[in-house]
Design a protein around this ligand. Structure first.
Ligand SMILES: [Zn+2]
Length: 417
């Protein structure tokens, strides 16, 4: 441990991207040990477990614990597993990897779920997180440590009349034409912003290419009018609706600029629980965004996950585009080795005002805690090495850390702290 590590461990954090349920939701769902699988579940599935084997109430806790241990043996080497181990040990004192041990810690997790102070203890006190942005598809968070970010894919993933109705219902207006639809999307964005949304999120790399053409209004309208004429279920293929999708992506970027909202975009590696293991990795290369990055100089594009495994071109893009911000959400638990390497290069290449250092990307606070601890260590290691190499002074290293864990996020998302 160096003085830089000590400094980092005392920093108050702004967490730029999570999928955390509110304490109320966690309690309502009575979450237990098996609710904390998240990424670990994905590694278990890749190791051969059947999807869903650890969720649901059809099987007893004993059966689920036995299944857990079977796949734990196969996958306990990964960083997802290490995060689970760290969280369980630090937060629950759990080290007894047996069925009996799991049943005992399961009671402790359930008690934590029902403890009204648990979130504050884990996030605010132990992790020193002042604020976390969470994407759980609602702006009604009602929890002081959270701010919402909303996925907007549902506003441009239009394949049927029902998809249009869903947006109408969300916006509370009736739509009879593409101009009316654009007004509805705009009204939604405006309302989300009023309700505290700090950024928009585009997750389309999970279901189509990041590459967008620049269709005319007329080209989009032809598709939209065809959709209006179908019955609820009948629709058009993803390819047939491409002009409409692309037109709407441009529209959302334009309106995000108008509302001064940064735009978080998924780039790189896909999470298999979202993609159903059927991810087309090549859809997610940040290079595919270049025409949009060039066209919208006044947007704030926050490109998530360092574009891994396309991180080299990602770094090159971030070095050249003033409107691109880098973001380490999720990266270090995919591979701490890669995370460390990317950070080394990023310090060498990208102005420090454009770097966001931490987003836990977890759906439970135990994961966020363990992930942050790992990231603080990695950033401490990298900065210590940079100082030893003579690349920066210790004072500059500390300033860098404060920026990427806190100051940059306050500035980019215009947080009122
Ligand atoms: Zn995410």
């Amino acid at each position: 441990m160096s003085s830089i590590h000590d400094y980092i461990s005392e920093l108050r954090i702004i967490d730029g991207h999570e999928h955390l349920a509110t304490p109320q939701i966690r309690q309502r769902e009575q979450q237990d040990f098996f609710s904390l699988m998240h990424y670990l579940d994905s590694d278990f599935i890749t190791a051969g477990m059947q999807r869903g084997a650890l969720s649901g109430r059809l099987r007893s806790d004993e059966e689920k614990a036995a299944t857990f241990l079977q796949y734990w043996q196969r996958a306990n080497n990964t960083t997802y597993a290490n995060m689970f181990r760290t969280a369980m040990k630090d937060l629950y004192g759990f080290e007894d990897w047996t069925v009996q041990g799991i049943l005992e810690v399961n009671d402790k997790v359930k008690a934590a779920t029902n403890n009204p102070d648990w979130y504050r203890e884990v996030l605010y006190e132990r992790s020193k997180i002042d604020l976390a942005f969470t994407l759980i598809q609602t702006t009604q968070l009602d929890y002081e440590l959270f701010r919402p970010i909303m996925f907007l894919d549902f506003t441009f993933k239009l394949r049927t009349l029902k998809d249009i109705h869903d947006v109408e219902n969300a916006a509370g207006v009736h739509v009879h034409s593409l101009p009316g639809y654009l007004e509805a999307v705009d009204a939604l964005l405006h309302r989300y912003k009023q309700e505290g949304m700090v950024a928009t999120k585009l997750g389309h790399a999970y279901w189509r290419s990041l590459a967008s053409t620049n269709p005319t209004f007329h080209e989009a309208e032809i598709v939209f009018n065809r959709l209006l004429g179908y019955t609820l279920q009948d629709g058009l293929s993803k390819e047939e609706t491409l002009a409409l999708q692309d037109y709407l992506i441009h529209f959302i970027i334009q309106r995000s600029i108008a509302y001064d909202l940064p735009i978080q975009i998924h780039t790189g590696h896909h999470e298999s629980s979202v993609s159903g293991n059927g991810n087309i990795l090549t859809n997610s290369n940040a290079e595919l965004l270049l025409p949009l990055l060039a066209q919208y100089r006044d947007a704030k594009f926050v490109l998530l996950h360092c574009g891994f495994p396309y991180h080299q071109s990602y770094l090159s893009i971030a070095k050249n585009y003033p409107n691109v911000y880098t973001d380490f959400t999720w990266v270090h638990i995919i591979s701490p080795t890669i995370g460390k390497q990317i950070l080394h290069q990023m310090i060498e290449m990208v102005p420090q005002s454009k770097i966001q250092g931490f987003g836990g990307d977890y759906n439970h606070i135990e994961g966020t805690y363990a992930h942050l601890k790992l990231v603080q260590n990695i950033v401490g290691d990298v900065l210590t090495e940079k100082v030893q190499e003579g690349g920066m002074t210790e004072k500059a290293a500390m300033e860098f850390a404060k920026r990427i864990f806190r100051d940059n996020l306050i500035e980019i998302y215009q947080l009122d702290m």
